[in-house]
Design a protein around this ligand. Structure first.
Ligand SMILES: NC(=O)c1ccc[n+]([C@@H]2O[C@H](COP(=O)([O-])OP(=O)(O)OC[C@H]3O[C@@H](n4cnc5c(N)ncnc54)[C@H](OP(=O)(O)O)[C@@H]3O)[C@@H](O)[C@H]2O)c1
Length: 236
């Protein structure tokens, strides 16, 4: 079975659709109605998770029966905040850390010991490694995820549990709708990328499927940048 958290988001929905074709899935999110509809569609179980009121991980792990083999975890829960540091409130900063970094800690703490020979995938962003203006909060959260995943990869290597991170640049999704709401904004975003394009779930899904598959059996502790080259490439 694969666990997909944030299954009701744009990327989470695509991962849910794809993995449900071949495997049992278990979905986790914050909205009971959306999860219920999705669970009916894919004939799977689900769990609501309130990140501000979480049980201890050793309790949460019980949402999946102990005899079920968990082959992987994909945490698609995340958010974006583009604001200068001096304009970011404590609540906003904490919310970004909770949604992105805490959710990753919490899900991994809950299920790591149950994923022997498994694969866990978390999401950073281009802001996790490149200093982009007005991205301080999200940059802190995503860089935290990259560090957390490297350490977890070391801790759980003895169980042959692989832990990796995918770091996309801007993609069409619920999250980026506002940012990409005008043609001008879309052109600017597109042209920031050495490979001039806005990302989409089709750019990310093959990487997720590969990381979950035995083809990636020797890949752990990595952050894989799927960002049209933005983080590392500067064409002339
Ligand atoms: N889209 C981009 O441009 C972009 C770029 C770089 C990295 N990423 C990363 O890619 C991952 C997937 O994002 P996406 O593009 O699919 O965005 P999305 O459609 O907005 O999905 C985000 C998911 O996170 C959930 N979520 C948000 N706040 C939450 C909270 N406080 N508690 C619980 N769940 C919460 C949402 O729940 P609901 O469905 O209930 O709203 C949704 O399932 C995220 O980690 C994101 O940071 C995205």
């Amino acid at each position: 079975m694969y666990i997909i958290a944030g299954s009701t988001g744009t990327l989470g929905s695509a991962v849910t659709e794809e993995l449900s074709k071949t495997d049992d899935i278990f979905i986790i999110g914050r909205d009971n109605d959306k999860l219920k509809t999705q669970a009916n569609k894919y004939n799977c179980n689900y769990q609501v998770l309130d990140l501000l009121n979480t049980p201890e991980p050793r309790e949460f792990t019980k949402i999946i029966e102990p005899d079920v083999e968990i082959k992987g975890l994909v945490n698609c829960i995340g958010s974006i905040l583009i604001k200068p540091l001096h304009g970011t409130s404590i609540e906003e900063f904490n919310d970004v850390i909770t949604t992105n970094l805490f959710s990753s800690y919490y899900l991994m703490a809950s299920f790591a010991r149950r994923m022997k020979n498994g694969s866990a995938i978390f999401f950073s962003s281009v802001a996790g490694s490149k200093g982009l203006s007005n991205h301080e909060a999200i940059s802190a959260a995503k860089a935290g995820i990259e560090g957390f995943a490297r350490s977890a990869a070391a801790t759980y290597a003895k169980d042959n549990l692989r832990v990796n991170v995918i770091a996309p640049s801007i993609m069409d999704s619920n999250m980026s709708q506002k940012i990409l709401s005008t043609e001008t904004a879309r052109e600017v975003s597109k042209n920031m990328h050495p490979i001039s394009k806005i990302g989409d779930t089709d750019d990310i899904l093959p990487v997720i499927k590969w990381l979950l598959s035995p083809d990636a059996k020797w890949v752990t502790g990595q952050t894989i940048h799927v960002d049209g080259g933005l983080s590392t490439v500067k064409p002339r």
